[in-house]
Design a protein around this ligand. Structure first.
Ligand SMILES: *[C@@H]1O[C@H](CO)[C@@H](O)[C@H](O)[C@H]1NC(C)=O
Length: 372
């Protein structure tokens, strides 16, 4: 490094240091990671769960205390539910025509059932859904018109989970509850490990049993750029709405080749991940099929935001779920699969890690000079 470069670096470093001295220091990580914050539903829920100030990603955009006054299509409720085929919420943007990767930190709960203070998913959003309950987790995979829940047309999407690069979660402060592991009804337990890939045409969502000893492994969230096919291998079909039981998957990235168990690791941000293995799709059973009109009757009058591009055009996705499988019925694995090329969590890691990394490097350069 030339002297000139070095002095520029030092000048930048000093100005970074003085900015830091004048303002309260900005930190990346919260005092307590989101995944370690526990709240009983409904009485233990605070207004917001992400209350740290001076963090580089700013403030929680919505709230967790949701009730009849917050319910509606402007709700900023970030308390979410996943119970069954007909009762779940997805994370999606607040404003129409948004990309998931741009809004990962501030998405809100869009639900299929009224009564919990959230937005509702408009009628006709889904064209096929498969719900599976296994000994370790529940999973739902779907085909949809994501524009109806404010996802930009053609968005490859990204991955949401309660960790994120800075451990505040995506969305920041997002909470998840389920009655699927506690016998149903009003006994809603907080889910600690979950992962939700969202794109404009499909989604997949897995929530692990909070009492299960494999929850962190099976709801692993690190392969966030290789989409639903690899993270939640499934046989969901467009045109079919079904609720099944099944065996559990292998942990994301784990596969057997020539009798040897292997593990796929996602490369760094500058490389495109290219997994070549075929993930094992577990056996499912007891599938019951439904029509979307019978399971989503409560959504019949819910319409997309008028600002959604193409919302009023005739011939947009229809609501018929006939129970018969449609032609092709591809799984959400081809182009447009959530997480294939964009990476919600990865963009957070660019923000968090790079900002920290630069300041850290400059600081250590200053110390090196002071102590030489
Ligand atoms: C309803 O939710 C809002 C927003 O979180 C909150 O300000 C209000 O206090 C809540 N009302 C009740 C009765 O809990």
């Amino acid at each position: 490094m030339s002297l000139r470069t070095l002095s520029t670096v030092v000048a930048i470093a000093v100005s970074v240091a003085s900015v830091k001295a004048q303002d309260a220091p900005q930190e990346t990580f919260p005092a307590v990671p989101l995944a370690e914050k526990k709240f009983s539903y409904p009485d233990g829920i605070p207004y917001q769960v992400d209350t740290d100030t001076n963090l580089i990603r700013g403030f929680q955009s919505g709230y967790n205390l949701c009730n009849t006054t917050t319910e509606g299509q402007d709700s900023k409720c970030q308390t979410s539910f996943f119970n069954s085929l007909d009762d779940f919420c997805l994370w999606a943007p607040m404003e129409p025509n948004s990309a998931i990767a741009d809004t990962e930190g501030e998405e809100v709960a869009w639900c299929t059932k009224p009564g919990r203070g959230t937005r509702l998913i408009p009628e006709g959003t889904f064209t096929g859904l498969q719900y599976i309950k296994t000994p370790d987790y529940i999973q739902i995979v779907g085909f949809m018109d994501g524009t109806k829940i404010n996802i930009k047309e053609g968005d490859f999407g990204g991955e949401l989970d309660p960790h994120g690069a800075d451990l505040r979660g995506n969305p920041m402060g997002g909470l998840m509850y389920s009655n699927a592991f506690s016998g149903g009804g009003d006994n809603l337990q907080q889910v600690i490990e979950w992962t939700n890939f969202m794109g404009s045409k499909s989604f997949c969502f897995k929530a692990c049993d909070p009492a299960g000893d494999r929850q962190a492994t099976l709801c692993e969230h690190k392969l966030d750029r290789i989409g639903c096919n690899f993270n939640m291998p499934n046989l969901a079909q467009d045109g079919v709405f079904e609720s099944c039981e099944g065996e559990s998957q292998d942990p994301p990235g784990v596969y057997v080749e020539n009798g040897v168990t292997q593990s796929f690791n996602q490369p760094g941000e500058t490389e495109v991940p290219n997994p070549t293995y075929t993930p094992r799709i577990p056996v499912s059973s007891n599938c019951q099929t439904f029509t979307s009109t019978e399971i989503f009757a409560a959504l019949a009058t819910v319409k997309p935001d008028p600002a959604v591009i193409g919302a009023s055009s005739p011939g947009s996705a229809t609501t018929s779920g006939t129970g018969s499988s449609s032609a092709g019925g591809p799984r959400p694995t081809n182009s447009g699969a959530p997480g294939d090329s964009q990476d919600a969590e990865g963009s957070a890691s660019v923000l968090g890690v790079n900002a920290l990394g630069i300041v850290g490097a400059l600081m250590s350069m200053i110390s090196a000079m002071l102590f030489v």
